[in-house]
Design a protein around this ligand. Structure first.
Ligand code: 13P
Length: 256
């Protein structure tokens, strides 16, 4: 492992399908006020529902807090009712887009090939792709975790991915929204394996790429999780809806 490689952590809030104008704008204004008053040793990102992206990006203009979408279409435009193109997210102010979240992989049957196509569309549109991977409980119990992660990484991450345009998120499906954070050795093993797999395809660029952990990250477990080798931030679901909790997680990042 390249011990000297310094990767600035990213703390990303995935609001999922939560937030209307009033509470969503209030939440980001409160985070922006905290960030304006205090430095944190990490980059900050908020991924609201698509309906709030433009308003929240505008509310955060001039703040170092970035915004992102939660999915995008592989196509650039056309007759795809209900879908949103990457360049539309960019046009609404997004800098990032989450792709291949387990709620898309399992809830909407998205394949690695589709996630790769969406990731390619995101990169072509100038967005940073946050590509999610993670095993189910049955796969973990069956001893398949590392094989599942290898397959997902190899088949979902485009060959032109770099540390500048791509972030990986490890989200064990069984730890999402369950209150059950993966144990530190499980997280460390998965992250090291993901980085080794990335290295096979991308060489040394893999050592500059951020790998986030996601799954029941809370203030109570953030410091321990974020201190692990190869953990370069967190993708936070439920706790990102609580300004104080989200802020406490950001402050728990180790100082570079
Ligand atoms: P929770 O933090 O609510 O477990 O969600 C994790 C997640 O899915 C982030 O993308």
């Amino acid at each position: 492992m390249a011990q000297n490689t310094r990767r600035r952590p990213l703390i990303a809030g995935n609001w999922k399908m939560n937030g209307l104008q009033a509470d969503g704008l209030d939440r980001v204004r409160r985070v922006a006020a905290l960030r304006a008053a205090t430095e944190v040793p990490c980059d900050l990102l908020v991924c609201p529902p698509a309906t709030l992206l433009a308003a929240i990006s505008e509310a955060l203009a001039g703040s170092p807090i970035a915004t992102g979408g939660q999915d995008c279409a592989p196509q650039t435009d056309g007759a795809y009712t209900g879908d949103i193109a990457a360049r539309m997210l960019k046009d609404a102010g997004a800098r990032y887009v989450i792709l291949g979240h387990s709620e898309r992989r399992h809830g909407h049957g998205e394949s690695d090939a589709q996630i790769r196509a969406k990731s390619e569309a995101a990169l072509a549109a100038g967005l940073m792709a946050i590509i999610c991977v993670g095993e189910t409980l049955a796969e973990r119990d069956g001893g398949q975790t590392l094989a599942v992660l290898s397959t997902q990484v190899k088949a979902s991450v485009p060959p032109n991915a770099t540390a500048v345009n791509t972030v990986i998120a490890y989200e064990p499906v069984w730890a999402i929204g369950t209150g059950r954070n993966a144990a530190p050795p499980q997280i460390a093993e998965a992250h090291a394996h993901i980085r080794a797999t990335l290295r096979q395809g991308l060489g040394a660029e893999a050592d500059r790429m951020r790998i986030l952990y996601g799954g029941s990250v809370k203030p109570a477990n953030a410091r321990e999780t974020l201190a692990l080798a190869d953990v370069d931030g967190a993708l936070v679901g439920g706790a990102s809806l609580d300004v104080d909790a989200f802020w406490a997680i950001a402050q728990a990042c180790p100082k570079l």
